[in-house]
Write a protein of this length. Structure first.
Ligand code: MG
Length: 247
């Protein structure tokens, strides 16, 4: 079932989204060679709780932490640990929050120190993929139009689109209907309607699209060991098109 949210509900989702937006802004300032992913996780949890919210991912599907932190060939769902960030790495940070019964979800890839031009381009194209997807999220269009736009931008740059993981509806649950694939055919899939709220989150690989999950049961990595980037916004659909709530 795809929920059409009331103005009051959208206000609550928006509140959760503002908290994850501020959390990523706060964490961005801490990203530097030498800090561990666990330290970033603790800081994010303190920050979210200081806003009266709860970490959105903690406990969902049994996940133990606040952030998903994925480095270089790790695509998404990296578990924070004692690994120190190193100059030249891409670090992708995904954060959720829960407040007043509603979720917000947001992710960005960052450069640790200085990354090479290839990684820089991967991050900027992945961000453009997200924005192209959002541009296609308006009433009357279909979910497949979003994925098509994302895929077109990624593949025209020679990148691989991860198909095993998708964006999702969001509201009283972190993951709701509909699924938002990062690939698709124009004019296919559920119709986009005013009041829908969902997260679009392209995961784009510099090399081939294939991924596998590590033995920890969470961390998704590229098969070819090449880097990946991930950007995510939660949006709501208005008469005038998408409104980004995590901005
Ligand atoms: Mg998400």
């Amino acid at each position: 079932m795809i929920h059409i949210r009331s103005a009051g509900e959208i206000e609550k989702i928006s509140k959760a989204c503002q908290i994850v937006k501020e959390t990523l802004e706060f964490i961005q300032e801490l990203i530097a060679p030498g800090i561990t992913t666990m330290e970033l996780d603790h800081e994010a949890e303190k920050f979210i709780r200081s806003k009266g919210a709860k970490p959105g991912f903690k406990g969902v599907y049994g996940y133990p932490a606040t952030l998903w932190i994925s480095i270089d060939d790790e695509v998404v769902h990296g578990i924070p640990n004692n690994r120190k960030l190193q100059d030249g790495e891409i670090v992708s940070i995904d954060v959720g929050s829960l407040i007043d019964g509603y979720y917000g979800d947001h992710a960005k890839s960052f450069a640790v120190g200085t990354v090479d031009s290839k990684k820089e381009k991967l991050m900027s194209v992945t961000r453009e993929c997200l924005l192209d997807g959002i541009d296609n999220a308006f009433p009357g269009n279909r979910i497949g139009d979003i994925g098509h736009a994302v895929q077109k931008k990624a593949e025209s740059n020679g990148y691989g689109v991860v198909t095993e993981l998708v964006g999702h509806g969001i509201g009283t649950k972190l993951h709701e209907e509909p699924q938002i694939p990062n690939y698709g055919k124009p004019g296919t899939g559920p119709k986009i309607e005013v009041g829908m709220c969902f997260a679009i989150e392209p995961m784009i690989n510099m090399g081939t699209p294939g991924v596998f999950t590590k033995k920890d049961g969470w961390t998704v990595c590229t098969n070819d060991g090449m880097p990946s980037a991930h950007f995510e916004h939660t949006i709501t659909i208005t008469e005038d098109g998408a409104k980004i709530l995590t901005i």
